[in-house]
Design a protein around this ligand. Structure first.
Ligand SMILES: NC(=O)c1ccc[n+]([C@@H]2O[C@H](COP(=O)([O-])OP(=O)(O)OC[C@H]3O[C@@H](n4cnc5c(N)ncnc54)[C@H](O)[C@@H]3O)[C@@H](O)[C@H]2O)c1
Length: 251
């Protein structure tokens, strides 16, 4: 099960963090991978790692909120890898430079567009340039990474949460429009996670109180859920928001 041999995956924000781990997992299952990121050096390092491990990986450097730059990078990467994209993972979602925890009325209005450009327009753009090929070939899988912060409505991240909710709603409508052509569209809604050892013991203990599992997540808690949703075996799963959250919320 979950064999991706012969499939090509395009993963946004794949130069580090969860995106790089998703690329590792899909590559291990046989997919060729196109690694998008803003930063060439990050994506190059992940491509080198995957190619050294026997996979097939190329990069597509572009800001996904720039439709023309994205289209050019995607076309070049498809030519380089020799096949069209079957799997799209919309993973990039934290603007370069990070984000602050602050109540809405304390936010600077000139920063709001960064979230909407990345999580709204970025997702519209990738789907706009990649879905036509999926529909032509009669098979596709799209997974958008969203956040429990947006699904539940956590305080301190209202604009980020709202921008994530755009991606969630967008997947549902695309599912209703295009699943009949073999293109399934879902979201995965995440609780807080980090690289192994990313959180101090004190921070981990404080935050983990809110989780049924009494721990925060790791990349390897999440990438297998992405693998399931992009596989042949998830053919009857579409239009869903799947929480992968350590029990942060139970509905
Ligand atoms: N970290 C968490 O606790 C958490 C919780 C819930 C959801 N999420 C979501 O998980 C996803 C991955 O998070 P992460 O912590 O691994 O992120 P990260 O910040 O570690 O890595 C994201 C990568 O995306 C790239 N990127 C940023 N803007 C881009 C753009 N415009 N175009 C192309 N690439 C761009 C960055 O250069 C970076 O390499 C995001 O969608 C995030 O919102 C994270």
């Amino acid at each position: 099960m979950f064999d991706l041999t012969g499939r090509t995956a395009f993963i946004t924000g794949a130069g580090q963090g969860l995106g790089a781990q998703i690329a590792r997992t899909l590559s291990e299952q046989g997919a060729a991978v196109i690694l998008n990121d803003l930063f060439a050096e990050r994506a190059d390092a992940v491509a080198a790692e995957l190619n050294a491990a026997g996979g097939k990986a190329v990069t597509a450097i572009a800001d996904i909120s720039d439709l023309e730059a994205l289209k050019a990078a995607k076309n070049d990467a498809e030519s380089e890898i020799g096949s069209g994209v079957d799997i799209l993972v919309n993973n990039a979602g934290i603007p370069a430079g990070g984000m602050a925890l602050e109540k809405f009325l304390d936010t600077d209005p000139t920063t709001w567009h960064r979230q909407v450009d990345l999580n709204g327009y970025g997702t519209f753009n990738t789907c706009y340039v990649i879905m036509p090929g999926m529909i032509d070939r009669g098979w596709g899988r799209i997974v958008t990474i969203v956040s429990e912060g947006g699904r539940i409505g956590d305080p301190g991240i209202a604009v980020y949460g709202a921008a994530k909710a755009m991606g969630m709603a967008f997947m549902k409508s695309l599912a209703n429009e295009y699943s009949r052509f073999g293109v399934n569209c879902n979201s995965i809604s995440l609780g807080t996670f980090g690289a192994p050892g990313a959180f101090s013991e004190e921070m981990q203990a404080k935050m983990a109180r809110n989780y049924a599992t009494k721990r925060l997540g790791t990349w390897t808690d999440i990438a297998p859920a992405v693998l399931w949703l992009v596989s042949e075996e998830a053919g009857w799963v579409t239009g869903q928001t799947v929480p992968v959250n350590g029990g942060y919320a139970t509905s």
